[in-house]
Ligand binder design. Structure first.
Ligand SMILES: N[C@@H](CCC(=O)N[C@@H](CSS)C(=O)NCC(=O)O)C(=O)O
Length: 325
């Protein structure tokens, strides 16, 4: 038993250890499949419209998977890759509510109803599971640790997979950059301490995978970012000055993505909400029509009565004139 534990410790260290630039060897397990797969599956997908990276992490032996930051327009791509690899998607997690694209979580949940959505407790969005710092999300023999890294938004989280020495930093830490802090709940001081305390505290060889890159890069390491990131190597005051003067255009989908629902079990689908709203409007119109219609009939009745009275009176006058003559 003790020997088995020592072996598993050594195996873990061997997989994770690496140098400053994140190079580390990997054990590849050959199984009966014609496609030789590492037991740990890691895929980085790109959406060219929003410059967004989506990540798939899975245990190929247990066939359990997690998707991070899926994009609505790419749901079919993600779904067919899951099918091709025969993976069971346990979770759709989002590093935050994105201002530049709509999440594919709701659509993936429709295709795979057993999959659960995950978002930070501080995001204000709806999901099946809410997470906070220290939580672990398990898939097969692997897991990711949740670290709250607010500053770009209050609900930003970084997922760290210690088994593979990787950090999925969302929009908090980008390669040679960081998330903007000029809208939603952005705050440069908070972002600065999130990066320094929660991300830069990881070992230098951990790989950094962000939610976006606008320069064609795909991966970095903690060591590189700590040494070369032009924003995060500055002092706090200099950083705040830089962040307050980025002058970036607003993302096109900011309003659409603000209405985010991650397909929680407890929310109604949008078409049902629209039908209910139309139904309520029709009901109000009917009530208004009936009330106004009734008033009009009452009005007509009293007018008719007054006319009849007037007619009767003029008849009486005419009769008395004739009698008089
Ligand atoms: N440079 C981008 C600008 C798009 C943008 O605003 N990206 C966000 C993340 S999505 S809300 C961001 O935080 N950017 C930080 C940055 O320094 O770019 C473009 O060319 O469209």
């Amino acid at each position: 038993m003790i020997a088995a534990n020592c072996f598993s410790q050594l195996f873990r260290q061997h997989r994770s250890r690496g140098n400053f630039f994140g190079e580390f060897s990997k054990v590849t397990v050959m199984n009966n499949s014609r496609l030789a797969q590492d037991t740990f599956v890691f895929r980085q997908f790109f959406d060219k419209e929003s410059w967004t990276y989506t990540y798939l992490l899975a245990d190929y032996v247990a066939k359990e998977a997690i998707i991070i930051d899926p994009v609505l327009e790419q749901v079919n791509r993600d779904h067919s890759i899951l099918k091709r690899l025969g993976l069971n998607l346990l979770y759709c997690a989002n590093t935050h509510v994105h201002a530049d694209h709509v999440t594919g979580t709701g659509e993936l949940k429709k295709l795979i109803p057993t999959c659960e959505s995950i978002i930070s407790l501080c995001s204000g969005a709806q999901a099946d599971k809410y997470v906070k710092s220290g939580d672990e999300i398990q898939f097969g023999r692997y897991s990711v640790e949740v670290r709250q890294t607010p500053g770009h938004t209050n609900g930003c989280i970084t997922f760290v997979c210690h088994d593979e020495a990787i950090a999925l930093t969302g929009d908090c830490l980008l390669i040679g950059g960081c998330g903007r802090t000029d809208f939603q709940e952005g705050d440069p001081e908070t972002l600065y301490s999130s990066v320094h305390e929660q991300i830069f505290s990881l070992p230098d060889y951990y790989k950094v995978y962000p939610a976006h890159d606008y320069t064609g890069q795909t991966v970095s390491t903690i060591g590189e970012e700590k040494t070369y990131n032009p924003r995060l190597t500055k002092s706090l005051d200099e950083f705040i000055e830089v962040m307050n003067n980025l002058n970036l255009a607003y993302p096109k989908k900011i309003e659409e993505s603000d209405q985010l629902s991650l397909g929680s079990k407890y929310t109604l689908p949008l078409p049902i909400i629209i039908i209910m709203a139309i139904g309520a409007m029709c009901y109000l119109l009917c009530v208004a029509y009936i009330c106004f219609g009734k008033d009009k009939i009452d009005e007509d009745k009293s007018l008719y009565a007054a006319l009849r009275k007037q007619q009767e009176q003029s008849c009486k006058i005419q009769t008395s004139i004739v009698e008089h003559l």
